[in-house]
Design a protein around this ligand. Structure first.
Ligand code: ACO
Length: 401
């Protein structure tokens, strides 16, 4: 690892690295990825172990505090998050300003950013107590806002949180309860959803997390920073890939049409890519995709459904992993490849998929934001550029141009 800052101070030389393929923007103790081996650790714990044995609240505590909680710590943390699940009543008015067919990620960008207009007290980033409260508020309120975005799109009344339920159970009820009293959380679906949240909780310096850090490096308040992260996550090359992957599977339809789409993905004159395939860091199987694939069957069993698109997805994976193009470029299924099939079986429309990703990733974003704020090495993020425009020239008055 070369400390370019020293080189720059001595020689004025700096690196040209579009897309930051080989530049570390920070130090972090949160998440470790070995892309060649397909390893993902949070604070040292393997993602497979966490997904199998822990809960989303445990992982949130782990990412924020560095250690897994004991039972008392977990209960205290869960109670604190639960206390913050309500949103200001005036936020409901924000929703009514949007078109009913607005993409819920558009609503999320606006409403989450607007939280800074309601919680002035926790915008003081220099006060550690306020930083903690802001973090808890964000983790607690995002599911409420996400469920409201869904309810608004289907023209149903908003539901208040029921704090007797788990974090994930509460979210499912706020989303699907019609009426609220009649909704019973299916424990298998609740477990699967909680696991999906764990799988999305953090992923080191991906585009949206880097966006949150960059926004935060200027001293912007945490609500504004997370709204910036949500905007970045929306893109189809990042969090929007889960929506795009399911749409692609629907377009392919049956396994006999797979070769046509594989050929298109390999054709450099066609912008089509296999959505849910490939990753900047993983050059091996994404360990989250392994858990996700297993979870599909669990959800299907619990709901007694069988979406034929899952068979298409499995076959597509098999064909791609035996194709020279994908082997040579080390393109494997990523976390988004199978998530759409599960989320669709649970009842979420595709537009909500990236919202669910944002909900879970909020934990990672706030943990990364807190780590950045307390890092004495951190400066305002300010990349350099290679200027390729004209050299200095004389101004020509408009009548002479
Ligand atoms: N289908 C077909 N070809 C692909 C795919 C794909 N899904 N992904 C990469 N390639 C090819 C590229 O065309 C390129 O080929 P070339 O070397 O001949 O030009 C090569 O593989 C490398 O691809 P890059 O785009 O340079 O790799 P990068 O690291 O910049 O991109 C990315 C990674 C954006 C994830 C890319 O693989 C992609 O677009 N995948 C589809 C979208 C997706 O699933 N995104 C989710 C990512 S995970 C997440 O955000 C949770």
């Amino acid at each position: 690892v070369v400390d370019i800052r020293k080189l720059y101070a001595q020689t004025g030389a700096f690196t040209y690295d579009p897309g930051f393929t080989s530049t570390a923007s920070c130090q972090s103790k949160l998440t470790y990825i070995d892309g060649d081996e397909g390893v993902l650790l949070h604070r040292g714990y393997a993602i497979g172990d966490l997904a199998e044995n822990s809960s989303f609240m445990e992982v949130a505590y782990l990412l924020l505090n560095g250690e897994l909680p004991n039972q008392d710590e977990l209960s205290g943390f869960t109670n604190t998050i639960t206390r913050h699940t309500m949103v200001h009543e005036q936020l409901a008015a924000f929703f009514r300003g949007f078109r009913r067919d607005a993409h819920p990620m558009a609503i999320m960008c606006g409403v989450v950013g607007a939280l800074s207009a309601f919680y002035h007290d926790s915008t003081d980033i220099h006060d550690p107590v306020q930083r903690t409260i802001a973090s808890h508020r964000l983790i607690a309120k995002i599911p409420t806002i996400a469920a409201m975005a869904y309810k608004y799109s289907v023209g149903q009344p908003f539901l208040y949180p029921d704090n007797s339920l788990s974090y994930t159970g509460n979210f499912l009820r706020m989303t699907f309860g019609v009426p609220a009293e009649a909704y019973e959380v299916n424990p298998a679906v609740e477990k699967a959803m909680d696991r999906i949240f764990i799988l999305h909780a953090d992923h080191e310096q991906n585009a949206s997390t880097s966006t949150v850090r960059l926004a935060g490096s200027s001293g912007a308040n945490p609500f504004a920073c997370i709204a910036a992260g949500i905007a970045c996550l929306w893109g189809p090359a990042h969090g929007g890939a889960n929506e795009a992957a399911l749409n692609m599977l629907r377009e392919i339809g049956t396994p006999d049409r797979i070769p046509e789409f594989i050929a298109r993905a390999k054709d450099k004159n066609d912008p089509f890519r296999l959505m849910g395939f490939g990753h900047r860091v993983y050059k091996n199987y994404d360990p989250r995709a392994t858990v996700m694939q297993k979870t599909v069957r669990e959800v299907f069993d619990a709901l007694k459904v069988n979406d034929p698109l899952f068979e298409t997805a499995l076959r597509l994976e098999e064909i791609a992993l035996n194709d020279e193009y994908f082997v040579e470029k080390k393109l494997f299924p990523n976390v988004d490849f199978y998530s759409g099939v599960i989320l669709s079986a649970i009842g979420f429309p595709t537009e909500m998929f990236t919202v669910l990703f944002a909900l879970a990733r909020t934990v990672g974003w706030v943990a990364q934001w807190n780590e950045m704020i307390t890092d004495p090495d951190q400066k305002i993020g300010r990349p350099r550029q290679l200027y390729t425009g004209p050299t200095q020239r004389a101004y020509v008055p408009v009548e002479k141009r």
